[in-house]
Design a binder for this molecule. Structure first.
Ligand code: AHG
Length: 338
């Protein structure tokens, strides 16, 4: 098969009428920024990029009250800077910033809104485990020249594109425009993302689940029931043995699922109930849900389809169940019945 670069793929999508020139440019710019993040993460201690941002006595905190890693700050700046001048965006929003970032007046403005988690799983960076960037693209509402928070609060079904980049042994970009989910591998020698899997399909059934078991005692009853049944194995009501994996880096856990199937849960628990969940709707759950659904999987909060939620805040958190359709449906049914 003749190798297909990301640029060629984007041109084909434009010719097929699935994306316009501005969205194509946007994805090119995000992919280019992610190559720079890949370089920064791969330097490790030699690049002086490990550890927390700020000084030991005064750590830098993000809007969620979490200590920022140096690489969180660097990745955020790389994405903002790369996207400011191209004329394809009306505004950006990030996990690392309380409010949307307008496009500086000196540059032309476009019709798209970009949301991102610049470095998901960043607590893993100091121990050399995979981290990633997650992004979601929305259309800026018509006639809005200075987008505000409410302009971003569109359900996930309105996403025009979503993707993630995983910085692992290889750097991979996984992308959807709503016509299947596709994977690109960074060829470091050439400097291009090359198509490595077209139209990925997640198996409907699986025997592998991902969850942070240390929260078990805090879960709601339906989650206790569901995972209890998985752990009971062949002798239990599910009649088969299940394996468990938890990287604690959502991008890496999701990438395993779109590669060999599986199911991922970050459910509600008593510790995080007041916040609504752990993962963020706008730049974690929605883009991952779009990618997973386009690969034939399912994504719910345990009660509703994630992409149908009407967002109420830029940094809103939600429970997340996603992956192989069969298991997401069983776990969601238990929650609805309860
Ligand atoms: P962050 O973006 O703050 O690094 O959060 C990572 C997220 C997600 O990537 C992962 O699945 C989850 O947090 C892990 O949470 P626990 O540490 O509670 O297992």
């Amino acid at each position: 098969m003749k190798p297909v670069s990301l640029i060629q793929f984007l041109i084909e999508e434009r010719r097929a009428g699935r994306i316009n020139a501005e969205l194509s440019l946007l994805i090119e710019v995000v992919a280019r920024a992610c190559k720079r993040i890949a370089v920064a993460t791969s330097k490790g201690a030699l690049g002086g990029v490990l550890g927390n941002a700020g000084s030991p006595g005064s750590l830098s905190m993000n809007v969620q009250g979490e200590a920022q890693k140096k690489l969180d700050v660097i990745s955020n700046e790389i994405l903002l800077e790369a996207n400011a001048w191209g004329g394809h965006l009306a505004a950006c929003a990030s996990e690392e910033m309380e409010d949307p970032q307008p496009i500086p007046d000196m540059y032309p403005k476009g019709n798209h809104l970009l949301l991102f988690d610049p470095l998901d799983g960043s607590s893993n960076i100091d121990v050399n485990i995979s981290v990633g960037t997650i992004f979601s693209v929305l259309r800026c509402p018509e006639h809005v020249t200075e987008p505000k928070v409410e302009d971003f609060l569109q359900p996930g079904t309105q996403q025009l594109a979503a993707g993630y980049v995983v910085y692992g042994p290889a750097t991979l970009l996984v992308l959807t425009f709503g016509h299947g989910t596709h994977e690109f591998t960074l060829d470091r020698e050439v400097g291009s993302f090359m198509l490595s899997r077209r139209d990925i399909r997640i198996p409907v059934d699986t025997a592998e689940f991902a969850i942070n078991m240390s929260n078990q005692r805090h879960w709601e009853a339906p989650m206790q029931r569901y995972v209890g049944e998985l752990l009971a194995g062949k002798e239990g009501p599910r009649g088969k043995d299940f394996n468990m994996r938890w990287v604690a880096s959502m991008v890496a856990d999701v990438h395993r699922i779109i590669t060999r199937g599986g199911v991922f849960f970050y459910p509600l628990d008593a510790k995080i109930k007041a916040k609504g969940g752990k993962l963020r709707l706008m730049y974690e759950a929605n883009p991952m849900a779009f990618i997973i659904e386009q690969a034939g999987g399912a994504a719910t909060t345990g009660r509703e389809r994630i992409m149908e939620l009407q967002p109420t805040g830029l940094h809103q958190r939600v429970p997340v169940f996603l992956g192989s359709r069969g298991e997401v449906e069983v776990a969601t049914r238990y929650h609805r019945e309860a």
